[in-house]
Ligand binder design. Structure first.
Ligand SMILES: Nc1ncnc2c1ncn2[C@@H]1O[C@H](COP(=O)(O)OP(=O)(O)OP(=O)(O)O)[C@@H](O)[C@H]1O
Ligand SMILES: [Mg+2]
Length: 629
């Protein structure tokens, strides 16, 4: 008996709906599937018929020959009969080989489609979805769940159909052979099912415990691999091993209990079927003696008795496999159906030219002048030049709808201004920037971009106009050049190098073993923290956006390099709006306006000198540093 499936006990919520939907992936291969069903039918019939053929073989060909000496003449019929039987086997084998090959092909194609839909869905989900689902959880949809579905499609479906055909065909064949013996078999099978239920039911609690313990142990392993450095820093290797031994011990105990039941089931079933076989022999022998049936009948019947119980026990396992595959499919569909990032924006960003009358015209060419194209309700189209003016008006925001993270934020950034956010950790600085590019939706108030409510702007266009260096840098597997070019896919090599120079990343890149072609792996783990930040600044710079948001972009960069970057940026950012979040005074000092955030509110605002004069929070935050240094 195959081992219990991992997800066996996560029952699907909507069996019918999920099954229909899963099978709908197969819908366009109806003809092929019909062929598969036909082949399964042929294969089952082939097996059942060849056993049935034992009866005439013995009664009509063997028994009459008893006591005669074999001659070519009297052996001919039996050889022909044997060849016929061989032919039946051959049909059965070829059909089963063919349908398994077909299903392999179909299931791989279907799984491919499911994975594609799943991945597509993932790209359309809002950021908040990723806040509430762990990486491990999402990854397991692609691995475990897709795997159970693949198993279901490539094996379980056909096995179930095959088992059902075989059970029905065998049952009919048995009825034809002997009603009394069939009755006995039915009684026996019912008895067997009761035993399976009893033992299976008990072991299921242990299997559930085994799954849980396995999950805990795996989680612990994952955590310790990720946290190796911290474990070593605190010399916790010993404790870590002890804890693991404990978890591993729990797993051993629950797995042993779970498998004890499963492993006694097998021999019990095996022995029962031998007993049944013996009983059938005696009972059948008796029926032969009283002349109720022939020797051939009992021979066929004995073969069937083995053939009949097997698919019935298989069916119970297949039923579990179906349930777990449906549960897996349901988890996959949950993601595919999860609410997509909504985008009702209709204001789009277009390339523009300004004609001699000062009017904005749309153009196909890249002109480096951008305009917002606003299609109004009455079909009228207006253009507004993209300048980079950002306005917050009494914005209130909460991540979870309960705890207010930003409260009544109002601010105004003119094109070309540099606005700095400062404040203690958790004050809400990153949150503000996440609202400008609409990673999250605000609950109250308005955010305007060049005077347009950002909810009216198409998200892709809004984000295209904003350059962003996120607080946690992320680099992709690829070369340094590829990673910078991520900011503008059609950037030439010259543009990439220019951006790297602005970000002051050029000099360290040229010192890398393969310069711009150095391969970065594992989120740029072969670079220093500061170097990774420089690359992400270069990536934002190459896009050449009108508004730039730098979230702690220079926190791991030395003061001298930072000043160099700032010089480059100043040149690049001429006439553009910049939001910076920084803890360092040197970055903040030359901003046009500084917003001091505390608990989600702007408590002070002004330029550096104003704020120092106010002697408030800003003064506290930064004079401390002055006095120290
Ligand atoms: N994804 C999130 N879901 C729920 N709450 C969040 C989320 N991100 C941040 N918060 C909460 O919002 C508040 C503001 O966080 P934010 O990241 O804006 O702080 P910050 O000012 O950028 O801090 P830091 O200087 O440490 O980067 C914090 O209390 C934080 O716990
Ligand atoms: Mg932050």
């Amino acid at each position: 008996m195959p081992g219990p499936n991992k997800n066996k006990f996560q029952k699907p919520k909507n069996v019918k709906g999920t099954l229909t939907r899963l099978l709908s992936y197969l819908a366009k291969r109806k003809a092929t599937l019909a062929l598969v069903v036909l082949l399964i039918f042929l294969s089952s019939i082939g097996t059942v018929a060849s056993s049935f053929f034992v009866k005439p073989l013995i009664d009509n060909y063997v028994v009459p020959l008893i006591g005669q000496s074999p001659t070519t003449e009297n052996m001919m019929p039996i050889i022909k009969a044997l060849l016929f039987m061989g032919g039946l086997f051959l049909v059965s084998i070829i059909s089963s080989y063919t349908y398994q090959r077909i299903m392999l092909y179909i299931s791989q194609g279907t799984v491919n489609a499911i994975r594609r839909d799943l991945f597509d869905a993932l790209q359309d989900l809002p950021i908040s979805f990723f806040d509430s689902h762990t990486h491990g959880e999402l990854m397991s949809r692609f691995t475990n769940d897709v795997e159970t579905v693949r198993n279901f499609l490539s094996q379980t479906i056909v096995q179930t159909i095959q088992s059902m055909f075989t059970v029905v065909a065998t049952f009919i064949a048995m009825l034809i052979l002997s009603r009394w013996m069939t009755l006995w078999i039915v009684v026996f099978v019912v008895f067997m099912i009761i035993i399976i239920k009893k033992l299976g039911g008990k072991s299921s609690t242990y299997f559930r415990k085994q799954q849980k313990d396995l999950g805990i142990a795996n989680g612990y392993i994952e955590e310790t691999i990720e946290g190796q450095k911290v474990i070593k820093v605190f010399n916790h290797e010993g404790e870590t091993v002890d804890r693991f031994n404990e978890l591993n011990g729990n797993l051993r105990r629950s797995a042993t209990s779970a498998n004890t039941f499963a492993s006694i089931l097998m021999p019990i079933m095996g022995n029962l079927s031998y007993i049944n076989y013996a009983v059938l022999c005696v009972f059948g022998g008796f029926l032969v003696i009283i002349g109720n049936i022939t020797v051939g009948t009992i021979s066929s019947f004995l073969l069937y008795s083995r053939q009949f119980t097997r698919p019935i026990t298989d069916l119970s396992q297949q039923f579990n496999n179906i349930l777990s595959a449906l549960a897996g499919a349901e988890r996959i569909f949950d993601i595919i159906d999860a609410e997509k990032e909504e985008d009702n924006g209709y204001v789009v960003l277009v390339n523009a030219v300004i004609d001699e009358n000062g009017e904005i015209k749309e153009t196909e060419k890249r002109t480096n002048i951008w305009a917002w194209k606003h299609t109004h309700g009455d079909g009228m189209v207006t253009y507004r030049r993209l300048e980079g003016k950002v306005e917050f008006e009494n914005v209130v925001f909460s991540y979870d709808g309960k705890k207010t993270v930003l409260n009544d934020i109002s601010l105004y950034a003119k094109p070309g201004q540099k606005i700095a956010f400062v404040g203690s950790t958790g004050a809400g600085k990153t949150t503000i920037t996440n609202l400008i590019n609409r990673f999250y939706e605000i609950q109250q108030g308005k955010i305007r971009y060049d005077g347009i409510n950002i909810q009216k702007i198409k998200k892709a266009d809004l984000r295209r106009s904003l350059g962003m260096v996120l607080q946690d840098t992320h680099l992709f597997t690829g070369t340094v050049k590829d990673n910078i070019r991520y900011g503008k896919l059609d950037a030439t090599d010259e543009e990439v190098i220019r951006a790297a120079k602005i970000a002051n990343a050029h000099s360290f890149i040229t010192r890398l073993p393969h310069g711009y072609d150095t391969l970065l792996t594992g989120d740029g783990s072969n670079l220093s923290q500061g170097q990774r930040q420089l690359l992400s600044i270069a990536r934002a710079a190459v896009a050449d956006p009108p508004v730039l948001i730098l979230d702690e972009a220079t926190s791991s960069i030395d003061t001298r390099t930072e000043r160099l970057i700032e010089k480059g940026m100043d040149a690049l950012m001429e006439g553009r709006t910049v939001f910076v979040i920084a803890h360092r005074l040197s970055t903040v000092r030359n901003s046009n306006a500084i917003m001091v955030l505390e608990n989600g509110e702007i408590i002070e605002r002004g330029d550096h000198d104003d704020l120092l004069k106010q002697k408030g929070k800003y003064y506290q935050l930064y004079t401390g540093q002055f006095e120290l240094s």
